[in-house]
Design a protein around this ligand. Structure first.
Ligand code: ZN
Length: 432
């Protein structure tokens, strides 16, 4: 299958600088094989006239809990610890595999409709639910069995999540021609114990697995970790050896300067989640400082109970704005930096070096954006338009690995009616 996009504008990136070119983009199989101002000599099996739409890289949601769509709106206006332990975990304890499946598929629809082609997910998955995501054609880094443990007496040999970690990882990793990758996951310092963390990390090290961790999301987490261990969460995970693997640290709101230095030195990605941090009143992550110090910063929505949607354009908007207001510095985080966070930086964190940009030889993860919307004229500065004006609803088409998954309001790989009905059924059982 090959497709040539014509009558379109292309958002290109060269040495960190974004530019826009009117031209043609060719896709052969899963890859982009042509970008140019002139029509390619090669013939393509399908040609699509895009009506002046902007083709841009698919968005990468670097932190979330997809099936939390089921909990959208639960526990608003509460601080994180009361929200998590008082409202969220009691419902999550009642969740069964069926809920995860339909909650996640519903989330995938929401993400595709807003231009996300790849997402990192921190929830428990069995092989069955993984296959359901695989069939949608979206890319996902899935945590098969996150280490979540609040019982300091539990020994590693009693912990199912440790005993099955390697087996699940091998069963899930690289499914769907590599669209599905398996990550290890330590929920957080406050939901891990010394007895279980070491043995879990040992397995991750043997497998060379990426690890997703919530790090320094709230001041309370930061201070209690210092009280418990005499060090910050970032230092705690460095000492435990977790940072010797590729780590994506969600939030990083309360990172100290020396934590940021550790992140830079260890190549830790920080997944910035501005909506969630604002909604749970966690604070402003030091994003400008992290960027200045050379940390790879990505962007995520977090789960739907703390956001309450999976629209990456909204995260881009907030990431571009809040640090200007907080630091009273209009150049704090530039549109180019935000675009990097939402695409190439997230792809890097998720072990996908050939994703996150429009380039010959890169994966064909492409979003077409409506440039005829009222709020998109005049198109003087397109990176700025994408951060300050564009809406998720401007997405006309979402393609991953050369396959169109969403087009003009329709899902081509998902039965929207069935997923919505099953999602409603799960919501009713869990929340009713
Ligand atoms: Zn989270």
């Amino acid at each position: 299958m090959s497709i040539l996009f014509t009558d379109c504008r292309l958002l290109l990136r060269s040495e960190g600088v974004y530019s826009v070119m009117d031209g043609f983009l060719g896709v052969e199989g899963a890859y982009i094989d042509y970008i140019g101002k002139d029509r390619p000599k090669k013939g393509y099996s399908t040609e699509k006239r895009m009506g002046g739409a902007l083709l841009m890289p698919g968005l990468v949601n670097a932190h979330g809990h997809a099936a939390m769509t089921l909990l959208r709106g639960v526990g608003s206006e509460l601080p994180l610890q009361d929200w998590l332990f008082g409202k969220i975990i009691p419902i999550e304890d009642r969740m069964i595999a069926d809920d995860i499946r339909w909650g996640t598929l519903y989330a995938v629809m929401e993400m595709l409709a807003c231009g996300t082609t790849c997402f990192a997910d921190m929830y428990s998955f069995t092989l069955e639910e993984t296959e359901a995501i695989e069939d949608c054609g979206i890319k996902a880094n899935i945590c098969s069995l996150p280490l979540i443990c609040g019982d300091p007496t539990l020994e590693a040999h009693e912990c199912d999540r440790i005993l099955k970690a390697a087996e699940y990882h091998r069963a899930i990793d690289a499914r769907g021609e590599g669209r599905i990758l398996s990550d290890f996951c330590v929920h957080s310092e406050y939901l891990s114990t010394e007895k279980t963390l070491g043995p879990y990390l040992e397995i991750a090290r043997e497998l060379g697995a990426r690890i997703q961790i919530h790090i320094s999301e709230t001041e309370k987490e930061q201070l209690e970790c210092i009280e418990r261990h005499g060090c910050t969460p970032m230092e705690y995970f460095e000492r435990s050896g977790a940072l010797d693997n590729p780590v994506c640290a969600a939030h990083g709101v309360w990172l100290t300067d020396s934590d940021i230095e550790i992140a830079r030195e260890k190549g830790v990605t920080v997944a910035h989640c501005p909506s969630s941090n604002m909604k749970l009143a966690s604070g402003f992550a030091p994003v400008k400082k992290m960027l200045d110090m050379g940390v790879n910063v990505a962007l995520g929505t977090d789960g739907c109970a703390s956001n309450n949607n999976l629209n990456m354009f909204e995260e881009m908007h907030l990431a571009a704005l809040i640090h200007k207001g907080d630091g009273r510095e209009p150049s704090a985080v530039s549109p180019a930096a935000v675009l990097d966070m939402a695409t190439i930086n997230g792809a890097k964190a998720m072990g996908r070096p050939d994703c996150g940009r429009l380039e010959v030889g890169a994966r064909a993860d492409i979003v077409a954006l409506n440039m005829n919307a009222l709020h998109m004229r005049p198109a003087l500065d397109i990176p700025a338009l994408l951060c300050y004006s564009a809406q998720g609803s401007d997405v006309l088409m979402t393609m991953a690995d050369g396959r169109i998954l969403y087009k003009n309001g329709e899902f081509l790989t998902i039965d929207e009616e069935k997923v919505t009905a099953e999602f409603e059924r799960c919501c009713g059982r869990l929340l009713g």
